[in-house]
Design a protein around this ligand. Structure first.
Ligand code: ZN
Length: 258
């Protein structure tokens, strides 16, 4: 019972999937958070290596709110690309955690860093069980291909401004305090945005996005997901089994989206 949320930058997971992770943690799941990048451009004045050191600590503190572990996959902000070095890093994280469930970015999002992370994590979820794929470290291949889910795009829209055809949403109304505490652990980003905007835009933006997903499922607060149902991955919805009524389907009987 292990779930891995694998995002691009420190704080992406907190915006899009932390509530679902909190619900899984409440139900006894071991939770892991990972990021491809280290937050190197997230400061107006610090050097990249200094803001990265700070942000990796903030990401670990956020994970700690859930009693979770944080993993850094070694990439840099605005330099994430689908290449061999990062393919290996993504597979290394997958093999180290060996999760039953993986959550990551959707295939379309406002930033190419996110889309490349999607490709890297999606690929890693599929090939981490291939024994002859060498990730550069003596890791054990995964024994199964995990359930794979994509959280909603930032701003709840694809690059053409359209809503994503999400399959279901998770009602996270009961764990919003936890979601806020996780995001607030990213102090450097919160302070930066507060300085620029003159209000607590960081936390409020997250609440607005979570409320938009909530509206889609008719609940106060929500997190919407697509499930990867391609060949090889399990296609039943384990999140619906684990979370019961909190998981609200958005599919109609013909497989379309409501
Ligand atoms: Zn990001």
């Amino acid at each position: 019972m292990r779930v891995l949320a694998f995002g691009c930058h420190p704080d992406d997971i907190e915006f899009s999937a932390a509530g679902t992770l909190a619900l899984l943690a409440q139900r006894g799941w071991e939770v892991h958070l990972a990021t491809m990048a280290g937050g190197e451009v997230g400061s107006p004045d610090l050097r990249p290596q200094d803001i990265r050191a700070k942000r990796l600590k903030e990401a670990a503190a956020s994970a700690e709110v859930l009693g979770a572990r944080y993993h850094y996959a070694g990439g840099h902000d605005l330099e994430i690309e689908y290449n061999q070095a990062l393919r290996r890093q993504a597979v290394r994280v997958l093999r180290e955690v060996d999760p039953q469930i993986v959550l990551t970015h959707p295939p379309t999002d406002y930033l190419l860093d996110h889309e490349e992370t999607h490709r890297l994590v999606r690929n890693a979820a599929f090939i981490a069980s291939v024994p002859l794929f060498d990730c550069g470290l003596p890791t054990r291949p995964m024994e199964r291909i995990p359930y794979l889910y994509y959280w909603n795009a930032a701003g709840q829209a694809d690059i053409f401004g359209r809503p994503l055809p999400v399959h279901f949403g998770v009602d996270v109304s009961s764990v919003m305090d936890t979601k806020v505490r996780m995001l607030a652990a990213h102090e450097s980003q919160r302070e930066w945005l507060r300085f620029i905007n003159k209000w607590d835009a960081y936390i409020e933006n997250m609440k607005e996005g979570t409320a938009r997903d909530g509206k889609r499922i008719g609940r106060p607060m929500g997190e919407c997901f697509l499930q990867h149902r391609g060949l090889g991955h399990p296609t039943d919805n384990i999140l619906a089994k684990v979370l019961g009524d909190l998981c609200v389907s958005l599919e109609d009987s013909k497989g379309g989206t409501k």
